[in-house]
Design a protein around this ligand. Sequence first.
Ligand code: PLP
Length: 423
Amino acid sequence: MNYISTQDINEIVSFKDAVINGLAKNKALFMPEFIPTLPIDFFQNIEGFNNNEIAYEVLLPFVKDSIDESILRNIIAETLSFPTPVVHIRDNIYVLELFHGPTKAFKDVGARFMSRCMSNFVKNGREVTILVATSGDTGSAVANGFFDVEGINVVILFPKSKVSQFQEHQMTSLGKNIFAVEVEGTFDDCQSLVKQAFVDIELNKTINLSSANSINIARLLPQMLYYFFAYKQLKKYNQPIVVSVPSGNFGNLTAGIIAKKMGLPIERFIAATNSNNTFPKYISSGIYTPKPSVSTYSNAMDVGAPSNFERLMFIYNNDLTKIQKDIVSESIGDIATLEQIKNTHLRNNYILDPHGAVGKICLINNLRSNEIGVFLETAHPKKFESVVQKAINNFPSNEVNMDNCKKVSISNSYKELVNILQK
Ligand SMILES: *Cc1c(COP(=O)(O)O)cnc(C)c1O
């Protein structure tokens, strides 16, 4: 499988180069040259496969030119060392819990897979610096996934005072090859600093930069697996399955769409957003207007210019009608989010995090009675305890000890970032 730039079909690279380079020229993204389909009997017999076997079948066509089959099996086994259960909430509503990884958010699977691919590629090569912007969860997952991996340094940019203490602790407490940088600005500012570094020709002569944002295809591809795992658990009900994906940068949703294109029987997707409603506006009007992000309770989705929009356009060839057939989208405010956390706790004895709550509301608003609905619980409620406590009075606090945490602070300045990178 080759990978091509979303902006230039003549820019063709291997999986290995797509992973190491992160971005294509002119800040474009890499996409698989085509989406392979899996045989129908794979889906018919999916209950007979364990998760590692499913992952192998799904991922092999995308990576086989760059990764040996036995190495892929090892990478998968290390990546998927925790469960992804579907839990019944009520009636035809289910939740897919994606928070059982080491940093308690869904990004662990992508970060673990990518770090292992990367370390396989850079073995005995030049040292690589992973530069990543985070609204909270990416940073912790990437820090954890790459911690102590030889030949790789990680620089994480996060927006000052816009991540939870729990998230900040996960990024700043590891040390060794992990460097956390607090930026005076928003997530979008962090993301544009990262993009600027990637196109800086002078800088790239001195260091070997790579990305670990969901713009890196190695983080995106393994996220397809969630949808296969959900299908495996829900297939027995023999009803159309609708999946609601709490979305920010739209990596997780894009992965779901690729899974559907591989043949996975998902009826449709719901792109659930908070007040950062660039995508729902696009779906309803056909007009895409990226804008600065606003802060909400579901901060990992505070993205005003979703990076993976470009990939969705690429998959659908900019055809709005086709997109609308597969994806509905809705924006949910903070008040409704709290209300949902509170009511789900009272009525169904289940504690949502704010992202999952957004996903659940959108699911309920867009589900028919003959369908099975599943929303993704993308983080553990503990990770967002200050929000959850606003909805559930006696939700306990975590003790976070920031004593040994290390970070560097910079203003929203590219120059200051370059200084750090060149140290
Ligand atoms: C990153 C994140 C999201 C958004 O995922 P995207 O792939 O960026 O759309 C949603 N919820 C949580 C908890 C996250 O960490």
